[in-house]
Design a protein around this ligand. Structure first.
Ligand SMILES: Nc1nc2c(ncn2[C@@H]2O[C@H](COP(=O)(O)OP(=O)(O)O)[C@@H](O)[C@H]2O)c(=O)[nH]1
Ligand SMILES: [Mg+2]
Length: 462
């Protein structure tokens, strides 16, 4: 059950450091009263008489009447506020001293320091947003790319929540028909109702599966992936890194063995945040430093989510390459980049891709830039799969994904049971389980540990 909140919380809502304006937030039943005890409006009016959603200029005053800081006070009365409670925001000078002095005044007059994410937790507890939307708030704050931000914003607006409601409606429909059959067993479940149950279950399962399919790319957009560039010396691995990230991150020379340590750079593949690693060329060597580099390259290859395997397209593949490198590539997601295509392509791309069971092969040239669009497309597809989320309903938390998996399993069981014409009671039991999973996803049913864990990741003041 969602519990009502009785105390009034306060926090600095803007990040630490110096800035033009810093914001403090006050929320709860005593927000207006507390604000009135420390705010002196220039026009002499009281916050208690101030219309909702208006701002007022004045000063924050200490207990002894001294001015603490200039302030603009914004009042948002319940329920039209972020938390659905009376909320006061104070904009003051953004420095450590004024912000902590004003916060101290708020606490002195009876507010309690807010815990991380407590304002958002109240928005959820007071029913303004569901748990999926609360997670989206955090995703939006943490988004590292435009794509991640756009998806988080869509989930905050309720795009995913509405899809989940469609599942719920379909399940309730199925449940109603099934309950009728359970209540009046002598009538059995007639063909008409049975058809409707099947239709509703299918509809629910179709949406649930579609949403589940988005979790891979959703989690990727949020958490990012690592891509290791590997290959023999001098094939253009460092050039490729530089070309992809658009700057001279790694040293490039015609001398084999230039890159010895792994080099990392942050990069985006069509809005997916990627950590890309350039590595030393893998080959047999007695040189001590190079050997360590080769060892590190192998480790990077093993740890990466995706391997970008670079070969020199202009010369036939050496047997040494097959012996030294291919065993490490076996069974891994690999995109093949046949570089130096400006010098001519002398390898049989199709057969190499086939032999390696690579996801894709692209010929490209770091010199001319040819093939790079196709390479980015190949990397995106390799990471995100074939999913194109134009509808923007994207699952981006492990919690949501796992519950959706459970829901799909419940629905699969319900469908099988219905098709086998077992008693409607058994089908109804699976539908109830599915409804329960759904209620957990949006947070209609929840437990304290989960909420503590979820909102504990937020910053104070959000
Ligand atoms: N012609 C041509 N030369 C390239 C290309 N990419 C890299 N090179 C050259 O190949 C040499 C080795 O490049 P580098 O990026 O250091 O290779 P790495 O050892 O695999 O990191 C350098 O002289 C590069 O200028 C390309 O696409 N075409
Ligand atoms: Mg290099």
């Amino acid at each position: 059950m969602r519990a009502a909140t009785t105390d009034t919380i306060a926090a600095v809502a803007t990040p630490a450091g110096e800035g033009g304006i810093g914001l403090l937030r006050l929320s709860g039943p005593r927000a207006v009263e507390i604000a009135d005890r420390l705010f002196r409006a220039k026009d002499g009016g009281r916050v208690a008489d101030q219309p909702s959603h208006t701002a007022r200029y004045g000063h924050v005053i200490a207990g002894d009447g001294r001015i603490v800081d200039e302030a603009v006070l914004l009042l948002m009365r319940a329920p039209r506020s972020y938390t659905r409670e009376d909320t006061v925001e104070l904009g003051v000078h953004a420095g450590a001293a004024p912000l902590s002095a004003v916060l101290a005044r708020l606490l002195e007059e009876g507010a309690r320091p807010a815990e991380p994410g407590e304002f958002t937790k109240r928005a959820y507890l007071n029913g303004r947003i569901d748990l999926v939307q609360a997670e989206a708030v955090l995703d939006l704050i943490r988004a590292r790319t435009d794509r991640a931000a756009r998806w988080a914003s869509a989930q905050l607006e309720g795009v995913l929540s509405r899809r989940l409601l469609e599942i719920k409606a379909a399940l309730l429909e199925a449940a109603a028909h099934l309950e009728a059959a359970v209540d009046f067993p002598e009538d059995g479940i007639d063909a008409d109702a049975d058809g409707q149950v099947a239709g509703s279950l299918e509809r629910a399962l179709r949406i649930a599966r579609d949403l589940l399919a988005s979790a891979g790319v959703g989690l990727l957009a949020k958490n990012g992936a690592s891509v290791a560039i590997v290959g023999r010396p001098n094939v253009g691995k460092s050039s490729l890194l530089n070309r992809l990230v658009g700057r001279d991150r790694a040293i490039v020379t015609p001398i084999a063995g230039t890159t010895r340590d792994t080099i990392e750079a942050d990069y985006q593949v069509r809005g997916l945040p990627v950590r890309i690693l350039d590595t030393a060329g893998i080959h047999a060597t007695d040189h001590l430093i190079e050997r360590e580099g080769v060892e590190r390259a192998r480790q990077a290859l093993i740890a990466a989510d995706l391997v970008l395997y670079v070969v020199d397209a202009s010369i036939p593949l050496a047997d040494q390459e097959r012996r030294m490198l291919w065993p490490d590539l076996a069974g891994r997601p690999v995109v093949l980049a046949a570089n130096k295509s400006d010098l001519g392509v002398r390898i049989d791309m199709r057969s190499v891709v086939g032999e390696l069971a690579a996801l894709q092969g692209v010929s490209c040239s770091c010199l001319s830039g040819e093939g790079f669009e196709a390479l980015e497309e190949a990397l995106y597809r390799a990471l995100a799969g074939d999913i194109d989320r134009s509808d923007e309903a994207v699952v981006s938390s492990v919690r949501q994904r796992d519950l959706l998996r459970g829901l799909c399993a419940d629905l699969d069981r319900a469908m099988t049971a219905r098709a086998a014409k077992v008693s409607p009671e058994l089908v109804a039991a699976d539908v109830r389980l599915a409804l329960q999973d759904l209620a957990e996803i949006v947070g209609e049913i929840t437990h304290d540990e989960l909420l503590d864990k979820l909102f504990g990741q937020f910053c104070i003041g959000k």
